[in-house]
Design a protein around this ligand. Structure first.
Ligand code: AMP
Length: 197
């Protein structure tokens, strides 16, 4: 049994928090490209220095840099039986990169969780996070740019996955626990089980 998952939702949809919870429930690593970039920035690595200004402005890091980062991460042992990707792929080109990499291993994504949250709700959640965490890209201009990029570049990847019949839509409004339970139920309904390690 494998659990190769992707969680997709706009900024402020809670996908990061839910991604960690779901990964834990299914015994797989949560792989968030945003978190990996932020860790590199705070550690001052070469990659971090290279991507900081781009990320702070709300723009996307190049597909090549991001896809290479994800390929390296997916090649680690803990991702052999499953993983939960959060924040990647973020456009159709990255879907192509991921497909190619996984196909080379005889693998494919099993389920794409689509977290549905109305735009006003996600904006108010981002504002709350900005106040609590002070992320450099949670200023008004960068938030607007990120939501714009989400609608223009990221939402279309859902059409690609819908055509494959692997999208599980989940209502993202409610308490954290309620939403986690909804996602787990949607995954179990699609035959996803805990990965034995
Ligand atoms: P996130 O935490 O997913 O909102 O990501 C924060 C920022 O990291 C984004 O606004 C982008 O600048 C960058 N980033 C994360 N994932 C990707 C990706 N798949 N492609 C390009 N840039 C990304």
């Amino acid at each position: 049994m494998t659990a190769r998952l992707l969680i997709v939702g706009p900024q402020g949809s809670g996908k990061g928090t839910q991604g960690v919870r779901i990964a834990e429930a299914f015994g797989i690593p949560a792989i968030s490209t945003g978190d990996i970039f932020r860790a590199n920035i705070s550690e001052g690595t070469e990659l971090g220095v290279k991507v900081k200004a781009i990320i702070d402005s709300g723009d996307l890091v190049s597909d090549e840099v991001t896809s290479e980062l994800v390929r390296d991460r997916l090649a680690q042992d803990d991702a052999a039986q499953g993983f939960l990707l959060d924040g990647y792929p973020r456009n159709v080109a990255q879907v192509g990169h991921l497909d190619e990499f996984l196909a080379g291993r005889g693998e494919a994504l099993d389920v794409v969780i689509e977290l549905d949250v109305p735009r006003e709700e996600s904006i108010s959640r981002i504002a709350q996070r900005a106040a609590e965490q002070g992320r450099d890209d949670d200023n008004e201009e960068a938030i607007a740019r990120r939501l714009d990029i989400y609608e223009r570049e990221t939402a279309p990847i859902l059409d690609v996955f819908r055509e494959r019949g692997i999208v599980a839509p989940v209502d993202g409004v409610g308490s954290l626990d309620e939403i986690t339970e909804r996602i787990i139920a949607a995954l179990e309904a699609r035959g996803i089980e805990r990965v034995a390690v």
